[in-house]
Design a protein around this ligand. Structure first.
Ligand code: AMP
Length: 384
């Protein structure tokens, strides 16, 4: 059994976004120092860390030096190249392993890995060349979704196609030869399970959260998800199988579609804390970020119990700034509301700038309050 990395040590994070920022807060509370390596400076994570190193992920010499200077490395950016995690792994543990990251960076590899583990997936086909497109048009005569194999997130690299005849044209607009076509899933709802696996193989799972997307970007997450006990148990079984199957050390999120009969298929997985788990910061005993700290440092995992009966989280995209600076006072006056801003300049449409969480006695009330608070932000904005 490897010795735990104890408070006082320095943890390296590859990536400088908001996930790294919230990870850093959790690590700092436990007495760790955090160093960030990212291609930009003044990043959301770098702003709150002890050290921020600006370097491209491809600068393997700097990555090696970085790895020598910390006790363990984790990542918050999903597209860190495998060569980078390999270079780092020569000098310190990288958790989760770079191979997990490499699998989830590529939808074709991810689906193949999940299929090998027996995880239920939507019907899909791989497209790598022109002849695959023609075959897919026959396999998917109805509505389908075309997704690039790599660099697809928040709806980027994705096209919904009305019928098989439209697949070829949609594929051309993707500018990526490697893609997958999936059946369009007429889901009843979307849920996710955030789970964590420790160095010793222990697993802790949060209760499923219900997610609603707008323009393919997560908009609202609601805890607890309104699912039956059997669906909840099936969701947990899936998350456990993925964490174990991929030998993840750290947090992983499984996003699933709930079908009309309550059964589940997996849409995608992310081997890191996830937007749908942000409400664990305010509504749960131990947040997903603290779990990541504990897991990568080899400490016992924390409780996944909630201290709120229900909670709702709403994302704040750059759109909220469209009428000028949001009226923060209006939101902060809401009892129980917790505001999280990521320190980003430039509130572009669709860019994740922050989120708000409201705990509540029931999920419908929490959702109503968080949505009304977000409305209040935008409608009272003073002109920019
Ligand atoms: P993704 O980038 O794969 O997470 O997709 C973003 C969102 O697009 C999902 O959360 C769904 O709301 C929607 N979506 C993706 N794939 C499908 C599908 N096969 N059927 C129906 N909706 C989908």
């Amino acid at each position: 059994m490897t010795a735990p990395i104890l408070p006082g040590a320095e943890i390296g994070v590859l990536g400088g976004g908001q996930l790294g920022r919230m990870f850093t807060f959790a690590a700092a509370r436990l007495g760790y120092r955090v160093a960030v390596l990212a291609p930009d400076d003044d990043t959301p994570a770098g702003q709150v860390s002890c050290r921020e190193i600006r370097a491209p992920y491809e600068d393997l010499e700097t990555v090696g030096r970085f790895a020598r200077s910390v006790s363990v490395i984790t990542f918050e950016f999903e597209n860190v190249p495998e060569a980078t995690t390999d270079a780092a792994a020569q000098y310190c543990p990288v958790r989760p392993a770079g191979s997990v990251l490499a699998t989830t960076q590529d939808r074709i590899q991810e689906k193949a890995a999940l299929r090998r583990l027996g995880i239920p997936l939507p019907k899909y086909a791989v497209i790598e060349r022109d002849t695959d497109v023609a075959a897919a048009a026959v396999t998917f005569p109805g509505k389908s979704v075309l997704k690039t194999a790599r660099w697809g997130y928040d709806g980027k690299g994705q096209r919904t196609v009305a019928s098989g005849a439209g697949i070829a044209a949609a594929w051309k607009t993707l500018n990526s030869a490697r893609a997958v076509v999936e059946e369009y899933v007429p889901f009843r709802g979307e849920i996710s399970v955030v789970g964590v696996r420790g160095v010793d193989g222990a697993i802790a799972l949060y209760e499923p959260v219900a997610n609603r997307h707008a323009n393919h970007i997560l908009d609202v997450s609601i805890y607890p998800a309104p699912v039956s006990t059997s669906t909840r148990n099936a969701a947990h079984e899936i998350a456990r199988a993925v964490l174990e199957g991929l030998q993840v050390i750290g947090v992983l999120c499984v996003e699933m579609f709930e079908l009309q009969d309550g059964s589940l298929v997996v849409n995608e997985i992310a081997p890191r804390p996830h937007n749908s788990g942000h409400l664990t910061i305010d509504a749960h005993v131990c947040s997903q970020f603290e779990q990541q700290v504990r897991a990568v440092c080899g400490l016992p995992l924390g409780s996944t119990a909630a201290h709120a009966r229900a909670a709702a989280m709403a994302n704040l995209l750059g759109d909220v700034w469209s009428k000028g600076e949001p009226d923060w006072s209006a939101a902060l006056a809401t009892p129980g509301l917790q505001l999280h801003l990521y320190g980003k300049e430039g509130p572009q449409i669709g860019r994740k700038m922050g989120h708000m969480t409201v705990p509540g006695a029931d999920s419908a009330t929490a959702e109503r309050v968080v949505l009304a608070s977000r409305e209040a932000l935008a409608s009272h904005g003073s002109p920019a």
